[in-house]
Design a protein around this ligand. Sequence first.
Ligand code: OXD
Ligand code: MN
Length: 581
Amino acid sequence: MTTKLDSLQQWINEVAELTNPADIHWCDGSDAEYQDLVKQMLADGTLSELNGETYPNCYLHLSDPSDVARVEHLTFVCTSEEEDAGPNNNWMAPAEAHEKVDALFEGAMQDRTMYVIPYCMGPIDSPFSRCGVEISDSPYVVVNMKLMTRMGTAALARIEREGSFVKGLHSTGDLSPDRRLIMHFPEELSIKSIGSGYGGNALLGKKCHALRIASHQARQEGWLAEHMLIVGIESPAGETHYIACALPSACGKTNLAMLIPPDSQADWKIWTLGDDIAWLHLDDEGQLRAINPESGYFGVVPGTNSKTNKNAFDMITHDAIYTNVGRTSDNEPWWEDKKVGEPAYDWQGRDYDASNGPAAHPNSRFTVAACNNPSYSSLAEAPDGVPISAIVFGGRRKELAPLVYQSKDWKHGVLVGAGVASETTAANVGEVGVVRRDPMAMKPFCGYNFADYWAHWLSFDERSDKLPKIFHINWFRQDKVGKFLWPGFGENLRVLRWIIERCEGRVDATETAIGYLPKSEDIDTAQLDISDETMLALTSIDKAQWLEEMSAIGEYLDSYGDRLPKALKAEQQKVVDQLNQ
Ligand code: OXD
Ligand code: MN
């Protein structure tokens, strides 16, 4: 197979010349191709087959132990002007970056097959979708891209029709962290990633394209590319509200997207549109609508069980790829908090020994097609996407942030998003549990200067008077002995219901300096073992703590200098003034 699109063919030729592959395979995205690649990887040990009776068509990949997470310190945004990348990104001048990374690509595919992977982010017929071509020397990447994106012939046909696409070049290289770089060239719509096979670094449709490159493109074209799940919540009366929710990596987006209503609220239904990324557009009537550019999930495995996320637990019992989990003696995948079975081997293939640490790496992952999910919404294929009633920001905070609050208006909501902070997780290489600013959960993913990004968010206020309401949630408040105050998981529906009632103007709230808080009696706690005192703690604020927080947010915003939109600083000052009253 080749292509009739000259620009694509020319790029393939250039890359082949640079990387010197043994052969070139154009991916058609068929099931037969997937099976062939799986067979090949089973033969060479890249994959091993899991128990075929209990986990049919499930495979395990154990990565290099040094290649288990995203590497933010090795990820660069290479714009002509350093200021355009902003203090939120590592920056390198494009010419220097190309030179540096091309030197690593030289001959990198020798004796390997170069796979050409055309993909479409978003429903194949949606005007809001965008296409890309990833070149990779990893068959593991190909099979993951097949599960995560609309990949193959139909995508190539669209690319040839449109003539434009994001160019993503990937090689696992020698997997040495010293020769690992994830480079983005937003002005050229291109990505070069070498030295890692890990999802966020290697499946270029995901973080690299659908967030970093797309956010840059979205700013120019007037839309938003966000680190958000999309979920539909259907009331017993049959009305569905769609919510887009931004939470930092490994903070429960997949669980929220697939929430199972508890028995006490069994007449509610949840529909999953996406668990990680949302592309948001204003329609002609000023309604914000969302599509999920992905068509599969690359989720964190540990902690998934029939209580925390039964949908995910069930959907990964077949046709799934596991990366870096342990195994039981009967060859089932095993991870911490699975609640069934015992580990016999760990994620490095060693006999399990608790003194070596967990059986599954804390950032071990499953890859699975979205249609495996019992709560999958067929509207995930709707070309126009779904209307969004509420945007929800959140983080993992032991203290401070109440269970839920609503911003006063859109501008204040942008401040709420910009002020998000969260404890770091194993999704990135580095220290875990340290609170850091993660505005809109986009710290690792915004492909341009956050100051310009906030200005872009603020600009929506002038374009529509029907914008969604903005909220902030925190499921992770703890008491003095480290016990979670809120039960979380399915019970989070109670909070989503308050959010919907606020959107419909059906429930009152308490106005505070930081926004509208629920009256504790307005969160339904029927059949929940939670004291009034705990509910009060979850729905009130400590003014002194918040003054400290707002001043830290002020300092953070100031670090963006002259580019910071004045309107955002004014919002922050307003909150400080009100707290001081
Ligand atoms: C992810 C992440 O994998 O955010 O989704 O790291
Ligand atoms: Mn994510």
